[in-house]
Design a protein around this ligand. Structure first.
Ligand code: HMG
Ligand code: MG
Length: 307
């Protein structure tokens, strides 16, 4: 059954910006988070507490978290690869921490410098400390639909990591297509297999759009009853440890799709288009959102016709 309501997790401020070579000012990051929450996004992934040597763009995580306004009911999430990151998240009063592993050994090594088993052992105290502190815990599984280093990733290895993340007490688990190679058939199969071992209403789809399949993959996941989707305004992003991977599916494109299906998101598409324009100008790159560009062009041609 296709859900009637979907939660959008906006990952632009983190996944979207983490790969930008030029440092994006802390002020811009704060404005981005604030505007997204005001547009009705109930869960914003605001920043990371990772090693600044590994991801320099996220070095101002604490400043971003202390500068943003907190909207009641909005969940502000941050990435925490280890206890050091968790301590930063706790200090910053994050609502949710994200531990991030992979279904591919090769990617695990490149991204967090350890094996899958070592990562789970490292996440154990992080997840426990977060639970003890009353924080939500989300587990993200990279390369669930393919890996830039090893290629094919089996469904069994995805399910295995879902089970390990579940054992850590994750409230939500992300099935992530890091390099955007997945197609709808495979997406359905992976979601169906994952939902046999973890409640489907707490599974999410995190699709990068490298091969232009992300909207199709979301539709396929909707058919499997998945209710949570990650997206990045203006389609910002790319992973520093997955060369050639482009950004997440654009939030504007996802909301347009869901509006067309009559699925409630609570997110205002017009405001999203403005936010996509704002951040694209701020980083000096054109928006990767088809919907964002189309709606902006429509507005401009409408304005011209009125002159
Ligand atoms: P390491 O080098 O093995 O660990 O990195 P280390 O403990 O030796 O630490 C190295 C240095 O970093 C030390 O500093 C630590 O103090 C410091 P030094 O002594 O050399 O001066 N350090 C920290 N600093 C701040 N905050 C911390 C922290 N931890 C250590 N939390 C580590 C291991 C996990 C730290 C590193 O590999 C790392 O930070 N990786 C993060 C990679 C990352 O952020 N990748 C992108 C996010 S994941 C993603 O995008 C995928 C996702 O979107 C889903 C999908 O699409 O697939 C979620
Ligand atoms: Mg990602």
């Amino acid at each position: 059954m296709i859900p009637t309501k979907v939660k959008i997790v906006e990952v632009g401020p983190r996944d979207g910006l983490q790969n930008e070579k030029e440092f994006v000012s802390t002020e811009t990051k704060i404005e981005l988070v604030n505007r997204l929450a005001r547009a009705g996004v109930r869960n914003v992934e605001a920043t990371s507490f990772v090693s600044p040597k590994w991801v320099p763009q996220m070095a101002d995580g604490a400043a971003v978290m202390s500068g943003i306004e907190r909207r009641a009911g909005t969940i502000y999430s941050v990435l925490t690869p280890n206890m050091r990151g968790f301590e930063g998240a706790l200090e910053a009063k994050a609502d949710e921490i994200v531990i991030f592993g992979a279904a591919s050994e090769a990617f695990s090594q490149k991204n967090i410098n350890c094996s899958i088993a070592e990562s789970i052992a490292r996440f154990e105290p992080v997840a426990k400390a977060a639970k003890d502190a009353g924080l939500r815990v989300r587990g993200s599984i990279s390369c669930a639909l393919g890996c830039p280093y090893q290629g094919e990733v089996s469904i069994d290895s995805v399910v295995d990591v879902v089970e390990r993340m579940k054992a850590l007490g994750c409230d939500e688990i992300d099935i992530a297509d890091t390099i955007g190679v997945g197609t709808p058939k495979r997406t359905r199969e992976v979601m169906a297999a994952a939902s046999k071992v973890f409640p489907r209403e707490r599974l999410s789809g995190h699709f990068h759009d490298t091969y232009g399949q992300a909207v199709g993959n979301i539709y396929a996941a909707l058919l499997e009853g998945i209710e949570i989707y990650h997206a990045s305004v203006a389609g910002l992003g790319g992973c520093p440890y997955a060369k050639g991977a482009t950004g997440n599916v654009a939030t504007e494109d996802v909301v347009y799709l869901l509006n067309g299906l009559g699925i409630e998101t609570g997110v205002d598409l017009d405001q999203l288009v403005d936010i996509g324009d704002f951040i694209s100008r701020a980083i000096g790159k054109p928006s990767a959102s088809r919907v964002g560009r189309a709606l902006l062009a429509k507005r401009q041609s409408g304005a011209a016709a009125c002159v």
